[in-house]
Write a protein that binds this ligand. Structure first.
Ligand code: SAM
Length: 216
C-alpha cells in the first residue's frame, strides 16, 4: 500500500486535534528526498515534530528504520493523538526535547544512538542561540557519516529567495524578534564548526530548501 511514491493521500486529523495543511502539502516532496538520503540510516531522531503529521507519513514508508519523534512537552498530546490514529511499528512516541531547558546530550536524553536527525521548519522559529545549541548537540550525537537533514526556508547570498519568504520573515519577526529566516551561509559555517558538511541541497516547492549535512 505504501510502496507507491504517488500515494499523496491527505491525512485526516483526529477529532479536535491540531492539523497542519503545510505538512500535507510538503510531506510527499520531503519523503521523495528522504527515501534517497536515508537509504543507509537505521535510527532517525526528528526534532520539533510539531503535530506529528510528518512522522505518521514518513515512518510507514521508510520501514527499514526507526522514527523517533520529539518536541517540547506542550506538543506531546497532539503527536500521540496522531500516532494513535496512524500507528506504525517503527514510529516512536515523542521524547521531551526542549532546547530552551538545558538539554542533555541527545544520546543520554533518549538512550539511543542515531545515524540521522531530521528537522522541518524549526530553524526560523527558534532563536539563533538555540540554532547554535541544536547544531552542537547534533554534531556531538551523530557518528561519522551520520546525517542532519533540515527542511525549511533559507535566504541565499543574504537575500530572500522570494517575496513570499520576505513577507513570512517580517511576520515571524513581528511575533518574535529572535525568530526569522536564517541565512544559508551562516548555517553552513555553523555546521562546519560541528563537523557537519553540506553534502546536498534540494530546491523544494514553495521556496523551501532541504539541506543535508554529513558528519565528518
Ligand atoms: C513551525 S513548527 C514545525 C513543526 C513541524 N516540524 C512541521 O514542519 O510542521 C516549529 C516546531 O519547533 C518546536 N520548537 C520550538 N521551540 C523549541 C525548543 N526550544 N526546543 C525544541 N523544539 C522547539 C515547536 O514546538 C514546533 O513543533
Amino acid at each position: 500500500m505504501f510502496n507507491d511514491n504517488s500515494d499523496n493521500s491527505q491525512s485526516i486529523a483526529p477529532a479536535g486535534i491540531p492539523f497542519s495543511q503545510a505538512c500535507e502539502n510538503n510531506k510527499q516532496p520531503i519523503l521523495d528526498v528522504l527515501q534517497k538520503e536515508l537509504r543507509e540510516s537505521t535510527h532517525v531522531l526528528e526534532v520539533g515534530s510539531g503535530t506529528g503529521q510528518h512522522s505518521v507519513y514518513f515512518a510507514p514508508r521508510l520501514t527499514y528504520l526507526t522514527w523517533q519523534t520529539s518536541d517540547v512537552l506542550a506538543h506531546h498530546s497532539t503527536i500521540n493523538a496522531w500516532h494513535t490514529a496512524y500507528p506504525a511499528p517503527s514510529l516512536y512516541a515523542p521524547l521531551a526535547f526542549d532546547l530552551e531547558v538545558d538539554p542533555l546530550p541527545i544520546s543520554l536524553a533518549s538512550n539511543q544512538l542515531y545515524d540521522a536527525v531530521f528537522t522541518a521548519n524549526t530553524l526560523h522559529i527558534i532563536s539563533w542561540l538555540l540554532v547554535e545549541q541544536l547544531f552542537e548537540l547534533v554534531g556531538d550525537a551523530l557518528a561519522i557519516n551520520g546525517k542532519l537533514i533540515v527542511y525549511g526556508p533559507f535566504n541565499e547570498n543574504r537575500h530572500y529567495t522570494s517575496a513570499r519568504n520576505q513577507q513570512f520573515d517580517i511576520s515571524l519577526r513581528q511575533r518574535d524578534p529572535k525568530s526569522g529566516i536564517r541565512h544559508l551561509e551562516d548555517i553552513i559555517v555553523l555546521a562546519e564548526t560541528h563537523h557537519l558538511k553540506l553534502s546536498n541541497k534540494y530546491e523544494m516547492p514553495a521556496n523551501n530548501q532541504l539541506l543535508v549535512f554529513q558528519k565528518y
